[in-house]
Design a protein around this ligand. Structure first.
Ligand code: NAD
Length: 494
């Protein structure tokens, strides 16, 4: 990646986009459009269609028709695999263009985006392309006059509602297994990050995915997202985003066809540092990166730092030092470590959390404010507060921004109690040289992912899913396939 190429792509105008339905770009049925604001400078980047309920119904009907006539599900697994690999090739060939477009839309720093977005997306699509002809059905252990078989069948039409923080990566976590198993998918990108997903779907068609198998409808969650949730013709709904929306999706399901709903809802993940951590300097650097990369807009962000009391002050000083060494600024500069906050609304929400944390006794040790106002972009200094009690708002509610609360603890049991004292359970970490303590933490901290002596970076071979109010079901790994299939039993008298 070089800066000259990034700057050339940054200078290109972004076309206006309609919905992508049946391989065609269509305007909203009432002609409505939405401005796409760039978090880099607060200026209008382009417009996308502002979808209506009728638009969502059209996209779902197209996906249903594509599923029913077998144009994708009916293809031989080897043929589907070929298309998915071709798609991954095209994603790789267009990686920089996809990454820059996504950054202009959502504000992630380009160094992270190039790997986390097109890079990981191509990898995910390939992973499921490779898996699809290796997933056998089962033969049951039946009496000798019976043949009992278990088939894995595609569910039909999958509705996928995607957030703005990593639209391609999270989109691919849903698209990869859903398409590999022969389903059709309707995507609803976030209002503030639609562009790269639209391009991703265009590339899928260029790779030979038949019309209607992936449709994209842009617009407001409360309109097109709700229409998807209430549809009688969507079989499975998959979602990453906030708990509030997750609750609504479950309601929509109950009020319509009782479609299966899988939710990935973020968390308040504890990063627990013991005095016997193998390398406290490294732990401090990783703790800073674990919360501040992508400006804290990461579902697994280590947003609660629990530090053994005996090392608290020195360790906090090391995390502050690592944090202040991270450069915040132009997301399209290769030197930037932390890019923009996705929207002005999210930025003011982050700042309110800081105010509340102070009012509840927390003390800012670095950051705390909006910065780089001269750019008119949405930037915030990475912020650390100490003296944050386990019951403080900052310990209990997901900020989804660059704000870290630090809480001291005295013992293993104290650390476990504090770690488990939220409604969430997505990720966590413990830093220790004591093998037994490490395993104890893996078992005792209620999360979907527990890291030991590292934070983040779990690849596509392992599942990502939450417990408690962090959600249900998993993305990534072969386990994600389960969301996109129905098990069908054949019971045959011989
Ligand atoms: P959100 O839940 O409102 O939006 C996520 C997606 O849901 C978007 O595509 C949105 O259009 C859609 N949506 C919104 N309302 C809907 C409705 N009524 N019916 C159907 N779809 C709807 O989240 P947000 O406003 O973008 O961010 C708010 C908070 O969500 C963040 O502060 C953060 O806590 C959390 N979040 C978590 C993740 C994650 O990775 N777990 C990602 C993004 C946001």
């Amino acid at each position: 990646m070089d800066q000259i190429k990034v700057d050339a792509l940054r200078a290109q105008p972004v076309p206006t986009y309609g919905h992508l339905i049946d391989v065609q770009f269509l305007p909203a049925s009432d002609g409505g459009t939405m401005d796409v604001l760039s978090p880099l400078d607060g200026q209008v980047l382009t417009q996308v269609a502002k979808g209506t309920v009728a638009d969502m119904k059209t996209a779902i009907a197209s996906a249903r028709a594509a599923f029913e006539d077998g144009r994708w599900a009916g293809q031989a697994p080897a043929a589907r695999k070929k298309v998915l690999h071709k798609w991954a090739d095209l994603i790789e060939a267009n990686a920089l263009e996809l990454a820059v477009l996504g950054v202009r839309d959502n504000g992630t720093d380009i160094s992270m985006a190039i790997n986390a977005e097109p890079g990981s997306t191509a990898g995910t699509i390939r992973y499921y392309a490779e898996a699809l002809d290796k997933l056998y059905g089962e033969i049951a252990t039946t009496p000798s006059d019976i043949l009992g078989m278990i088939h894995k069948e595609p569910v039909g039409v999958v509705g996928a509602i995607i957030p703005w923080n990593f639209p391609l990566m999270i989109g691919a976590w849903k698209l990869g297994p859903a398409l590999a198993m022969g389903n059709s998918v309707v995507l609803k990108p976030a209002e503030t990050a639609s562009l790269s997903l639209i391009r991703l779907a265009e590339l899928a068609h260029a790779a030979g995915l038949p019309p209607g198998v992936v449709n994209v409808v842009t617009g407001e969650g409360a309109v097109v997202g709700e229409a998807m949730g209430l549809s009688m013709d969507v079989d499975v709904l998959v979602f990453t985003g906030s708990g509030g929306t997750g609750r609504r999706l479950m309601e929509y399901s109950a009020r319509s066809n009782m479609k299966r709903v899988y939710l990935e809802l973020g968390g308040k993940s504890p990063n627990i540092v013991f005095a016997d951590a193998p390398d406290l300097d490294m732990a401090a650097k990783v703790a800073a990166a674990g919360i501040f990369r992508n400006a804290g807009q990461v579902c697994v962000a280590g947003s609660r730092l629990l530090v053994e009391a005996s090392i608290h002050d020195d360790f906090v000083a090391a995390v502050v030092k690592a944090t202040e060494a991270m450069r915040v600024g132009d997301p399209l500069s290769l030197d930037t470590h932390i890019g923009a906050i996705n929207s002005e609304n999210q930025l003011s929400q982050n700042l309110k959390f800081v105010e509340t944390a102070q009012a509840e006794g927390g003390a800012i040790v670095t950051g705390g404010s909006r910065i780089l106002q001269e750019t008119r972009g949405y930037f915030m200094a990475p912020t650390i507060l100490t003296g944050v009690t386990p019951d403080a708002t900052l310990s209990q509610k997901e900020v989804f921004g660059p704000v870290l609360g630090v809480t001291p603890f005295e013992s293993d049991d104290d650390a476990i109690r504090i770690a488990n004292s939220t409604v969430y359970g997505l990720a966590g970490a413990a830093w220790t040289s004591n093998l037994s303590r490490a395993h104890k933490m893996v078992r005792a901290v209620r999360t979907g992912v527990m890291h030991i002596n590292t934070y983040g970076g779990a690849d596509g071979t392992v599942p990502l899913g939450g417990v408690g109010q962090s959600g249900n079901g998993t993305d990534k790994s072969l386990h994600a396939i389960e969301k996109y299939v129905n098990l069908k039993t054949a019971w045959i008298k011989l």
